[in-house]
Each structure stands twice: as C-alpha cells, then as structure tokens.
Design a protein around this ligand. Structure first.
Ligand code: PEP
Ligand code: MG
Length: 321
C-alpha cells in the first residue's frame, strides 16, 4: 500500500471525478521541509513558529527569523506557505518572557492576546515575515483570534511594519494574504463578519473541539468528550467554510482532523479547500481523496449534519468508507 501511495507523489489532489483541493503539510522548523517535498505536499498549511522561540534564553532576532522563514518559502518554490505568528502561552511557556501564572492557561494570556500586548516581540516577527514574503508565496496567519478587534489591531501592525520596511527600501510582497486560525467558537460563529476582513481561514480543530465541548485536549478524564465528529463541531466547520466562500475567500484546516482518513470525505463534502496535516499523512490522504466522488461526499456531509451524536456521525462515515 505504501508503494502504491508513493506513486501519487506528483499526482494532483483530486477526487475521483476531478474536483481539486490542496493537500498541504504542517511543519515546526525549516528542517521539516525535506519530508514535505518527499511526500508531495502542495504547500505548507501551518508553520508553527513557536519552536523558533523555545529551548533558548532570549527572543530570536529579526535576522534569524527572516532566514528561517525565507528558507521555507524558497524551498516551496512559489507554492503557498502559511506561517502562523507566535502561539505561545497555554501549555507552552518561554522562560525569558515572564508570563503570568494563571489558573486556566488555555483560557488566558496566550497567542495573539500576548502578541498584541508585547508589541515589540510581535513587530519583530512581522518584520521578518514581511521581508521573507518577497522570496515566495508567504501568507501570515494569526492564532487564537476571538474578536474582530484583535484581527484589526494585528492587521494594523502588519500595515505599519510594511510601510516602515518600504521606507527603508526593503522589498515586501504587497499582495501577501493575511488569514486567521478559527479555533475559538466565537470566531467560528461570527465567521461571516470575519470573512469580510481576512483573505483566508484555517480551522484549528485541535483547539476548536476543546473549546466547543469544553473538554481539555490533554485530559484523559474527559477524552470521551473530545469529539471532532460532534454535530456541533461539524456545524461550526460548515459555517466557516460557507462564510469564506460567500466572500470569495478560501478555508483550510490544519488540526489533526484534516489528515484523518475518516474525516476526508466529510470535509470534502463540506467544501474544505485546503487540508493541512503531518507530511507523512499526505500521500495516504491523496489516495483516499482520489476514490471519493464529490457529490457522494456532499450527500454524506449533509446527512452528517442532521445526526444527533458524534457516534452516529462516526458510524455513518465508517460505513461510507
Ligand atoms: C489547532 O488548534 O488545531 C492547531 C492546529 O494548533 P495547535 O495544535 O498548534 O494548537
Ligand atoms: Mg491551536
């Protein structure tokens, strides 16, 4: 089976009836690029930049970040690379940042919330990203956005740094897309409003499921409540995809769900445009995709949305495969 899948490395990511989507990879460092290319990913759907900041005792400087981002976009040779700005806090901490101790770190000072307060830190990263945008198809993505104000404030900082770089005579891609992760239910519900002000969405199911069912993604005690196939989660996913399409934008998914064999027909049927997963899952996903008819997937998705429980959805999807 692995050998069969290897043959798909240069094949398009299309359904059995020729409907095309993008299969992308999640990465943590530029060293992951080899696997991305070997496995035939058509883009990077999530570059988790926090690893650049971890395991050291000071903030990485602009130049070091710029080199890392440039390496990744140049390796992709014009194919899309979605780079997520710093998603620290929650369970991931940085000793040199002096973050507050909180009772509920996952509901606390993390990701975009922290970046909008520590703007020096954020501006440095934005400058490195903007400079790297000149070397390929780089897109900026903000994590854990809960409100439109956060998006607007983050975009304003990007704009300011863009102007500043231009004044310094440094080249920046003016067309660079800016998107957000949808991993908080408020944002999934308000997707129609967000869709007017972003270029794309990427659904982060790892967190979206956790917040929708109020079930800690790390806790064994409530793992039975951590249900990616819960009809409420599917409804949120559909809401986000529909909202983006209504504005002529696109939606990807970079949570674990995007690479699951059982989820692919469902997500295809819901209209997902880009699936981002670990590089080692890309060929299997492409193989699954190529066996699905789009209209059957759409039918499956609409039936799934009428289910009452996660179990009903899972049974339906398994039978479909
Ligand atoms: C997610 O929440 O689905 C996601 C991709 O982000 P992370 O796993 O890094 O929180
Ligand atoms: Mg997340």
């Amino acid at each position: 089976e692995k050998e069969e899948q290897k043959k798909l490395v240069n094949e398009p990511s299309i359904s059995a009836d020729g409907y095309q989507v993008e299969l992308a990879a999640n990465i943590g460092t530029p060293d992951d690029m080899e696997g991305v290319i070997e496995n035939g990913a058509e883009g990077v759907g999530l570059y988790r930049t926090e690893f650049l900041y971890m395991g050291r005792d000071s903030v990485p400087e602009e130049e070091e970040q710029f080199e890392a981002y440039r390496t990744v976009v140049e390796n992709m040779d014009g194919k899309p690379v979605v780079i997520r700005t710093l998603d620290i806090g929650g369970d991931k901490e940085l000793p040199y940042l002096d973050l507050p101790e909180e009772l509920n770190p996952f509901l606390g000072f993390r990701a975009i919330r922290l970046c909008l307060e520590k703007t020096d830190l954020f501006r440095t990263q934005l400058r490195a990203l903007l400079r790297a945008s000149h070397y390929g198809n780089l897109k900026i993505m903000f994590p854990m956005v809960a409100t439109l104000e956060e998006l607007r404030n983050a975009k304003a900082l990007v704009q300011e740094e863009k102007e500043r770089l231009k004044e310094e005579g440094k080249p920046v891609n003016d067309e660079l897309e800016i998107g957000i992760m949808v991993e908080i239910p408020s944002t999934a519900v308000a997707a129609p409003q967000f869709a007017k002000e972003v270029d794309f969405f990427s659904i982060g199911t790892n967190d979206l499921v956790q917040y929708t069912l109020a079930a800690d993604r790390m806790s064994e005690h409530v793992s039975h409540l951590y249900q990616p196939y819960h009809p409420a989660v599917l409804q949120l996913i559909k809401n986000v995809i529909d909202a983006s399409h209504a504005e002529g934008k696109w939606t990807g998914m970079c949570g674990e769900m995007a690479g699951e064999r059982t989820a692919i027909p469902l997500l295809l049927g819901l209209g997902l445009d880009e699936f981002s997963m670990s590089a080692t899952s890309v060929l299997a996903a492409r193989s699954t995709l190529r066996e699905i008819q789009l209209n059957t997937a759409q039918d499956l998705a609409s039936r799934a949305l009428t289910c009452s429980t996660s179990e009903e959805v899972e049974t339906m999807v398994r039978n479909h495969l």
